[in-house]
Design a protein around this ligand. Structure first.
Ligand SMILES: [Mg+2]
Length: 233
């Protein structure tokens, strides 16, 4: 395989999931519960997070859902806030959460290193596009990213192939020359169904070696191992 481009998931891949999102999950379930902590704990459990330990199950609603899916799931689980109110509130919360998010490495030098290798790069996230752009600006790597797609950009949602096909279309890549990197099964499914030449799972999110191995060509501790892979080309 001749690697020409890499498409990254954001949460749990570029950002350390536990340090970035567990506090946000606590905040959004408390909002959805109208401030009732017992109900918030229930909503966390339904969403796949243990309120005591903060551990989030792989591929659960909170791990893998987009804003609309999370809002729908919490309404079904008995949330006090309406679906429409949640959509607006959560998008704002997620955008401001990017100010507190913790990257897995120095993202500015990581992306400039990929650019220096002549690779196209993109980000495909279940978060909204505004949050992804805010992250890229905060860590100063926006100019080294060729493509950004959120759930609201118009390329569809994971595990559908649309966001990965959009990356190929915008950058002129063949899907077979693309690597898709993510921490969830839906990232791997998106890559495979788009015809990606390689899928790579990383362990900085909610996925585990068990959940990712069946769908990934490689499972790495984190994205920095990509430079080792590219060096070996
Ligand atoms: Mg993720």
């Amino acid at each position: 395989m001749k690697i020409a481009g890499i498409l990254f998931d954001k949460d749990g891949t570029l950002l350390d999931y536990a340090r970035s999102w567990v506090p946000v999950n606590r905040q959004l379930t408390l909002m959805a519960a109208g401030g009732d902590q017992a109900l918030a704990d229930h909503l966390m459990r339904v969403g796949g997070m243990d309120p005591e330990s903060g551990v989030v199950l792989a591929d659960s609603l909170l791990a893998a859902g987009n804003t609309a899916e999370i809002a729908r799931g919490l309404v079904d689980a008995g949330a006090v806030l309406s679906y429409e109110d949640m959509l607006g509130t959560f998008d704002t919360l997620f955008a401001s959460a990017s100010e507190m998010s913790v990257p897995v490495t120095d993202l500015k030098s990581f992306f400039s290193g990929l650019k220096a290798r002549g690779l196209k790069t993109g980000i495909a996230s279940s978060d909204n596009e505004r949050s992804i752009r805010a992250l890229a600006q905060r860590f100063d790597f926006l100019r080294d990213v060729d493509y950004i797609a959120g759930y609201d950009t118009g390329y569809g949602c994971k595990p559908e192939p649309g966001m990965a096909l959009g990356f190929c279309e915008v950058t002129g890549l063949d899907a077979g020359a693309m690597i898709v990197v993510g921490d969830n099964s839906h990232d791997m499914h998106m890559g495979r169904s788009a015809g990606a030449g390689m899928t790579i799972g990383v362990l900085t999110g909610t996925g585990t070696r068990q959940t990712l191995s069946p769908l990934a060509d490689h499972v790495f501790d984190d994205i920095t191992s990509l430079h080792t892979l590219l060096d070996a080309e």
